[in-house]
Structure formats: structure tokens, C-alpha cells
Design a protein around this ligand. Structure first.
Ligand SMILES: [Zn+2]
Length: 474
């Protein structure tokens, strides 16, 4: 008899293994063996394929993929995860985060964008050592995995030296999260901002791509995190950076529409005039774009990403959830900076849900969004914005086995009549029981598997203390 309350795992033959991952194969880091078959039994399943919720259904995972979803599935050689008191859903997709900031988290909670630039980018970033990038990135990845985020887009504008790039990639590989690695620019001096005449370091972009991103179907893929007109490179440099992306076949991400200060840059118009509106580009924030700008993004096959908590906290304006929908696109959500906000998608879902509905009640041009919309923004829509929707973001046979199991046997989530509404409005990180990335169990029974969160947090804290001290010296 499986003890559901203790969330034990039993083999299909009925042998009970006492929790903490016992027959679960640990970790999916580089070089580790392929995941075995897992059968998630009896869960309330939110597939994000269609509107419905499947009650008392099973999900069979095999070789890192979803093999089947249905009732009463059997697989004699599979390890069973009892999900009778669980809500099973796709892993969350964080479409935009600067992972290196995991070692300086909460350093800019009460600041606006100007102070963030002055304190974080101007004072702290130049002092980052490769070790600090590793510590911060690993801390961000583990925080994300613990919160049920199985994929993160890392907008890594801390490529101060080649070793900084190496350490960022190494942290992602060791954490085992699925990542789009957005190679960015060195954050070493004002020369890289403010009408910057310095293009991306072409040789290192190529080196990193060849060294780490040649496998066609690993957990990590590469992209370019570019400054563009608003963040702020000259048009010549913008053209050079975008040309490099096209030459190497790497998708582009760029910040646009950031507060009233972003409007004069006219980013979309400049990119259009320069022929740089590439299909698949993701545009981050989009808060103060015009209706015409949004049409340019839509018609060029681009995507909009919102990081609603940071956008509201740092005076960017009203997050463009409704505006993106009105333009015929669906936004993805991102955490952005843990210097200001929490690093989980529940926080972002709450912010998006609340601000978009409030805006809709005040402006009848917008229909109120639903919890289903919001869960989409944090899963399948986010996956689309970073070019991974064919692989992740929903539960469907053939997709990668990236899932989250939330405990629904506690007061906050117990017996929800509306499972999607419960996840979006009431779930927290404390409810995240099991996290699976590519078929590999990264968290089980509420504990991370194969990672030492205390050691990782201590390393990040030590890095943050060093950086603060160094920045104080000027
Ligand atoms: Zn950002």
C-alpha cells in the first residue's frame, strides 16, 4: 500500500521505497545516464493543451519525453510516482531572467530603473569575477528549479571575459535546468551603454557556440541578448550585432518599451527601417510601445515578454499584458531581476493576473483575462516567446518530460474545484512537491534532489558580500 501522505514512491511491482528520491534516478547533469521510465499515477492533470483538466489521470515519461497521458496507464518497468493528491502541470517557463544576479538578490528592492542602472549595472557588475557569475547563476537556477521553473531564458549581460561566459554555462550544466543562454555584452564600463560604439565580442560568441552549443537536442540552446537602440547601442553597432545573430543562426532578445524614458528611442521604427525585425525575436517589456510598434512585432513573427512585478516596481508603466493580447499576441512571463522581485513564477502570475484585470475593469476596451490565460503566459506562451513551444510548455505525448507536481492535500490547495484557478491564485513555492526536467527528477517530496541548496546559497551570499565590499571601494 502506498502511503500517499508521506508521498512515497513505489515501484510498479509494489515495493515501497521510503521517499527522498529512493528509486528515482538522480540528476541530469552532463554525462549522467539517461532517465528511466516514470509513471505519474492518478493526478489532476493540467495539460495546457485545450481548456480541460484531466482528473485521476496518468502521465508516462520515457527517455526524457512524455510517452503517454491517459487513465489507468501501466508500465511494468516504470518507477511510479503517486500523484493522487497532486496537481500535475507543465514546468514553468521563465522567459526572461538575468541569472547572474542570484548573488546580489534583493539589492534593489526599493529602487527605480535609474537607481538600478546606477547601483547594479554601474557599481556591482564590473566587479563580477567568473566565480561570482557561477555562484549567482547556480543560485538562480536552483531557486528556479525549487519553484517549479524547468526552463529559464538567461539574459546574460555579464560576459566580462571569456571565463565569465564559461562559468555561466558551467552553472547551467551543473544545475540541470533547461536553459536558453542569451549571450550578452560585457558589463564592465559605460562604454557598453549610452550610445555604445562597441559591438558584441564576435570571437567569443563564436567560441562559446562551438564549445558548448553544437548538440542538437541538449538541455541548453544559445541565443543573443542584444542591446539595441534602447539599451543603448548606436545604429551601426545594433546592425553589427543583429547581423552576427543572423550569420550564426541565433535568435535575438532585446529590451524595448521601458517606461516613458524608452519612448524617444523609437526602437521598433529604427529596427524596421534597418531591416532588423527578425522572425522569432523576443522583445522584453514592451510597456510603452505604440499600437503600431506592436503590429511590427506581430507581423514580423516576433514575441512580447512581460516581467510584470519588476515593470510595476521600477516605474516602467502598466505591464503590457492586455496590450499584447489586443495586438493579437500572447505574452510570456519572466522574473527579470531578483535584485527587485522574487524568483518564482507564482509571483509573476499574481502580478500579471491582478494588474491586467484591474486595467480591464477600468478600461472597457480590454476583456478581463482569466486564470487559464495567466497559466498559459507562464507555460506554453512563454515557451513560444523563446522558441521552444514545440518541445515544452504543455503536456502532450512527444514533448520533453518537463513537469511540476503541486501538493493538493494542504489547506491552501486542497480539493480545488478549479485546479487552474487554484494554481494561479493560491499556489506557492511551498506547494511544489516534485519537479522533473527532461525526465530527470530535480525535486521530490519537497526537497531538491542532488543539489545542496544551503551550500549554494552560502556561496552566493559570500559572492554578494565580496561584490558589495568591492563596489563600496569604488
Ligand atoms: Zn531584463
Amino acid at each position: 500500500m502506498i502511503d500517499r501522505r508521506a508521498l512515497m514512491i513505489a515501484s510498479a511491482a509494489g515495493a515501497v521505497a521510503a521517499t527522498q528520491g529512493l528509486p528515482i534516478p538522480a540528476m541530469g547533469q552532463t554525462g549522467q545516464k539517461s532517465p528511466s521510465r516514470l509513471l505519474i499515477k492518478g493526478g489532476t492533470i493540467i495539460t495546457m493543451e485545450g481548456a480541460g483538466v484531466l482528473r485521476a489521470n496518468d502521465v508516462l515519461l520515457d527517455g526524457g519525453y512524455i510517452a503517454a497521458i491517459g487513465s489507468n496507464l501501466s508500465a511494468t518497468d516504470a518507477t511510479i510516482i503517486d500523484a493522487r493528491d497532486m496537481i500535475v502541470l507543465p514546468g514553468f517557463v521563465d522567459a526572461h531572467r538575468h541569472c547572474w544576479q542570484g548573488s546580489i538578490r534583493h539589492a534593489a528592492v526599493d529602487t527605480d530603473l535609474g537607481a538600478y542602472f546606477g547601483n547594479i549595472l554601474a557599481k556591482l557588475a564590473p566587479h563580477y569575477r567568473p566565480d561570482d557569475v557561477y555562484a549567482g547563476t547556480m543560485s538562480s537556477d536552483i531557486e528556479a528549479l525549487n519553484a517549479g521553473i524547468t526552463t529559464v531564458y538567461d539574459w546574460a549581460h555579464i560576459m566580462n571575459t571569456p571565463a565569465h561566459a564559461d562559468e555561466a554555462v558551467r552553472a547551467h550544466r551543473n544545475s540541470g535546468i533547461r536553459v536558453v543562454f542569451g549571450y550578452g555584452f560585457p558589463n564592465t564600463s559605460a562604454e557598453w551603454f549610452y550610445e555604445s560604439k562597441k559591438p558584441l565580442v564576435r570571437d567569443d560568441v563564436k567560441r562559446v557556440r562551438e564549445m558548448y552549443f553544437t548538440a542538437s537536442d541538449g538541455l541548453a540552446t544559445m541565443a543573443l541578448a542584444l542591446r539595441g537602440p534602447e539599451f543603448m547601442s548606436t545604429l551601426d553597432v545594433t546592425r553589427s550585432d543583429w547581423t552576427l545573430a543572423k550569420e550564426l543562426g541565433l535568435p535575438v532578445s532585446v529590451h524595448v518599451g521601458i517606461g516613458n524614458g524608452g519612448v524617444p528611442y523609437q526602437s521598433l521604427r529604427k529596427l524596421r527601417d534597418a531591416g532588423l525585425l527578425f522572425e522569432g525575436t523576443n522583445y522584453v517589456h514592451c510597456v510603452t510601445l505604440s499600437t503600431e510598434d506592436r503590429k511590427l512585432i506581430r507581423d514580423s513573427g516576433g514575441h512580447c515578454i512581460s516581467t510584470p512585478s519588476v515593470e510595476m516596481m521600477m516605474d516602467f508603466g502598466i505591464p503590457a499584458i492586455n496590450a499584447t493580447l489586443a495586438a493579437g499576441m500572447r505574452p510570456g512571463l519572466g522574473v527579470d531581476v531578483v535584485t527587485t522581485t522574487g524568483g518564482d513564477m507564482f509571483t509573476q502570475m499574481h502580478a500579471a493576473h491582478q494588474v491586467a484585470r484591474m486595467q480591464a475593469f477600468q478600461d472597457k476596451a480590454f476583456p478581463p483575462i482569466t486564470a487559464r490565460d495567466v497559466l498559459g503566459f507562464a507555460t506554453i506562451d512563454a515557451a513560444r516567446t523563446i522558441g521552444l513551444d514545440s518541445k515544452i510548455g504543455s503536456l502532450k505525448a512527444g514533448k520533453r518530460a518537463d513537469l511540476v507536481l503541486l501538493r493538493a492535500d494542504r489547506p491552501g490547495l486542497s480539493s480545488p474545484a478549479d485546479a487552474i484557478g487554484a494554481v494561479v491564485s493560491a499556489a506557492t513555492v511551498a506547494d511544489v512537491d516534485t519537479v522533473i526536467v527532461g525526465g530527470v527528477v530535480k525535486k521530490h517530496a519537497g526537497s531538491l534532489v542532488g543539489a545542496d541548496p544551503v551550500a549554494i546559497a552560502r556561496k552566493a551570499s559570500a559572492s554578494g558580500a565580496y561584490l558589495s565590499e568591492r563596489a563600496a571601494k569604488g
